[in-house]
Design a protein around this ligand. Structure first.
Ligand code: DSN
Length: 415
């Protein structure tokens, strides 16, 4: 077969991809769930192993020719277990949502009662949202944050658990900036004979670096994604106790998925290896330091940060005082070269497409080398774009400065 480059074979897609590379290179990315995968992760992800079908598990495949796939998956599993000190790891889940779906299918029957953090308070779609399979198949009782502290109120969660007697409690969030006390969650679950599922999709990298308490010894099942703070490829991960391993594996394949994405498993293995290196711990410390710097500088400029600060990579900003919506803010910031996402704040009166807040995060900017000084600069750029007097001219000025900052800190995979 004649070898064509992408640009020769499909110039339209090649052009769009190069525009995307340029967009990433010249944009300050504060989307808390995004990151920049390393060149090694990208290389594994785009390797020839993409061609291989490998339904089954290592040593138990339904296809021949899986000798190298087996080696890769075994390495990925062993590394995930070592990294998170877990008894079992399933690395085939295509995404965090599918990891949660697999876990629910093992731990629950349709109609069972489950407690999860409400989406509007920082939970995830798969923690019982009515528009998601989780809310349609299971009877979710949402818990939220305390109206005063805007932090989890474990006494209230315990009260709800005693009242509703769930079969499962889901601990974890996609927009919560404080430490999650998995030990306390386990205590609550034990009191009502429920199982505990920890969804650590957002904080997996921070947990792996030992900078957030791990869920693994408390939750019977922990689920994660590999693309967020963990800085790997886009994919899911399930960690569980040994006794649940056969059921979890069977739930992922053949329960929900067919052939695994073996190129992604190779990239996950690389990501777990990278997460075991000392520089990964330094990286995560910088992610946290940058988040604290960004939050306090925004506060210094008069912005209200939900819960008063952050313990992780997330900063949730309440814009109500400024009289602008999350939608207006994310559009204005995008026009100035800063990407964030509109996000509900706890007890938000505005609908999810509008919202009263924006969620910021530091994993991607930290990967490209930004430090606390850049965070201070970014805070003042955000403040100027969101000020009531800001117009297109301000957006253009900020955009020029953003491009200059980005030029000084190229993304490794794009350099
Ligand atoms: N959509 C992801 C996030 O942005 O947090 C969670 O799946």
């Amino acid at each position: 077969m004649k070898a064509f480059s992408l640009a020769q074979r499909d110039s339209k897609i090649a052009r769009i991809l190069s525009l995307e590379a340029e967009r990433q290179a010249s944009t300050i990315n504060l989307i808390a769930s995004e990151n920049h995968a390393s060149p090694a992760v990208l290389e594994a992800q785009s390797s020839l192993i993409i061609d291989k079908y490998a339904e089954g598990y290592p040593g138990r495949r339904y296809y021949s020719g899986c000798v190298h796939v087996d080696e890769i998956e075994n390495l990925a599993i062993a590394r995930a277990k070592e990294l998170f000190k877990a008894e079992h790891a399933n690395v085939q889940a295509h995404s965090g949502s599918q990891a949660n779906m697999a876990a629910y299918s093992v731990l629950l029957k349709h109609g069972d009662t489950v407690m999860g953090m409400g989406l509007s308070h920082g939970g995830h779609l798969t923690h019982g949202s009515e528009v998601n399979f989780s809310g349609k198949w299971y009877h979710f009782i949402p818990y939220g944050v305390d109206p005063k502290t805007e932090m989890l109120n474990y006494d209230e969660i315990e009260r709800l658990a005693l009242k509703h007697k769930p079969r499962l409690i889901v601990a974890g969030a996609s927009s919560y900036s404080r430490i999650i006390d998995f030990e306390r969650f386990r205590h609550i679950a034990d009191r009502v004979s429920a199982r505990l599922l920890a969804d650590i999709a957002h904080i997996a990298g921070i947990v792996a670096a030992g900078l957030h308490p791990s869920s693994v010894s408390y939750a019977q099942v922990s689920t994660a994604t590999t693309q967020k703070t963990l800085r790997g490829p886009r994919g899911g991960l399930v960690l569980c106790e040994k006794e649940l391993a056969p059921a979890i594996d069977a739930a992922v394949f053949p329960g929900m998925q067919g052939g695994p994405a073996v190129h992604t498993i190779a990239a996950k293995a690389v990501c777990f290896f990278e997460a075991m290196q000392p520089e990964f711990v330094r990286y995560q410390k910088s992610v946290l330091e940058n988040a604290r710097a960004l939050a306090s500088e925004l506060q210094r400029h008069g912005m209200r940060i939900v819960s008063g600060g952050t313990d992780n990579h997330i900063i949730l900003v309440d814009l109500s005082r400024l009289g602008i919506t999350g939608k207006d803010a994310d559009e204005a910031l995008e026009a100035a070269g800063i990407t964030v996402n509109r996000n509900a704040i706890p007890f938000d009166p505005k609908p999810p497409r509008i919202t009263s807040g924006i969620r910021l995060g530091t994993p991607a900017v930290t990967t490209r080398g930004f430090g606390p000084e850049e965070m201070k600069r970014i805070a003042s750029l955000i403040v100027s774009v969101l000020s009531p007097s800001a117009d297109k001219l301000v957006q253009e000025q900020v955009h020029r400065e953003v491009r200059e900052m980005c030029r000084q800190f190229p993304i490794a995979g794009l350099a």
